[in-house]
Design a protein around this ligand. Structure first.
Ligand code: CO8
Length: 258
C-alpha cells in the first residue's frame, strides 16, 4: 500500500484500489485529493497489468462533496476556467473499468464521482444526494445530467431541487447502484467483482465499456452502429479465438489480452 496526502492506493493482482483518505473532512474533494485521485487513476489506466480499478472511501463517507471551505471564495471566472478541479476529462475517458464502492455519504461531487464510475456497489449504509441547492448552487460535476439518466427525471428533480438524500435500498430500486451489500462485506465484494472483470480479455473489456458509454451518449441508431463495429473488431483479437476455442474444448480460456 502507498499513501500520499489524501488518498491511499493498493494493487492486488490485476486490481487497483484507490481509497479516499481525508477523514477529518468526510473525504471532501479538495484540489489536492482530486489531483492525487486523477493522477493515480490515469497511471493505473495506462498500465495493461491493471484490469479494474476500485474507488472507495471510509465507512462514514465515500465523499461528502467538493470541499465547501475551499470553494467559498471562488468566483464565476474561477469556475469557468476549470475551477479547483481541472483534469476530470481524462478521468472520464479512461479505458479501464472503474467500480465505486460506496459506504456512508456520497453527496454532491461525491455522488457525481461515483456516477462517473462504470457502476456503483453500495453498502447498506450508503446515502446519495445532490445537496448543492442548500448552498445556493447546483450540481457542477455532471449530477444534473447523470442522475436523471440513472434514476429518471422525477426522482432526480426532487433530489436536486430539495437536496433530499436517497438511501441504499432506494438507490438500488431506482437503478443508481448495481447492488447493495452489508457494509462489512463491501470491500471484499468490490474486490471480488473487480477481480472477475480483470480476469476477462482486456480488449474485450475496453470495447464493452466503450459500447456501454456510447449508450449513455448516443442516439440508438448511432449506438447500434458503434456496437456493430466494435463487435466486428473483437474478431481481430487473439482473445476472441482463445475464448471460443476454450468453450468448444470445455476448458477455461487463457486470455493474453491481445
Ligand atoms: N466540504 C468541506 N468540509 C466538509 C464537507 C464538505 N463538503 N463535508 C463535511 N465537511 C467537514 C465538516 O465541516 C466537519 O469539519 P469540522 O469538524 O472541521 O467542523 C467534518 O467534515 C465532519 O462533518 P460534520 O460535522 O458536518 O458531520 P455530520 O455527520 O454532522 O454531517 C454531512 C455529515 C451531512 C455529510 C455534513 O457534513 C454535510 O452536510 N456536508 C456537506 C455536504 C454537501 O453540501 N456537499 C456538497 C458540496 S458542493 C459540491 O459537491 C459541488 C461539486 C461540483 C464542483 C464543480 C467544480 C468545477
Amino acid at each position: 500500500m502507498s499513501e500520499t496526502t489524501c488518498i491511499t492506493t493498493a494493487v492486488d493482482g490485476r486490481v487497483a484500489t484507490i481509497t479516499l483518505n481525508r477523514p477529518e473532512a468526510l473525504n471532501a474533494l479538495n484540489s489536492t485529493l482530486v489531483t492525487e485521485l486523477i493522477e493515480a487513476a490515469l497511471a493505473y489506466d495506462a498500465d495493461p497489468g491493471i484490469g479494474c480499478i476500485v474507488i472507495t472511501g471510509s465507512a462514514k463517507a465515500f465523499a461528502a462533496g467538493a470541499d465547501i471551505k475551499e470553494m467559498v471564495d471562488q468566483s464565476y471566472t474561477d469556475m469557468l476556467t476549470g475551477g479547483p478541479f481541472p483534469g476530470w476529462g481524462g478521468f472520464e475517458r479512461m479505458r479501464t473499468p472503474v467500480i465505486a464502492a460506496v459506504a456512508g455519504f456520497a453527496l454532491g461531487g461525491g455522488c457525481e464521482l461515483a456516477m462517473m464510475c462504470d457502476f456503483i456497489l453500495a453498502a447498506d449504509t450508503a446515502k446519495f444526494g445532490q445537496p448543492e441547492i442548500n448552498l445556493g448552487i447546483l450540481p457542477g460535476f455532471g449530477g444534473s445530467q447523470r442522475l436523471p439518466r440513472a434514476v429518471g427525471k422525477a426522482k432526480a428533480a426532487e433530489m436536486v431541487l430539495t437536496g433530499r438524500m436517497m438511501g441504499a435500498e432506494e438507490a438500488e430500486r431506482s437503478g443508481l447502484v448495481a447492488r447493495v451489500v452489508p457494509a462489512d462485506e463491501l470491500l471484499a465484494e468490490a474486490a471480488k467483482v473487480a477481480a472477475t472483470i480483470a480476469s476477462k480479455s482486456l480488449p474485450a473489456v475496453y470495447a464493452a465499456k466503450d459500447a456501454l458509454q456510447a449508450a449513455q451518449e448516443m442516439p440508438l441508431a448511432e449506438g447500434l452502429r458503434f456496437e456493430r463495429q466494435a463487435f466486428a473488431a473483437a474478431f481481430a483479437t487473439a482473445d476472441q479465438e482463445e475464448g471460443m476455442r476454450a468453450f468448444a474444448e470445455k476448458r477455461a480460456p487463457e486470455f493474453t489480452h491481445r
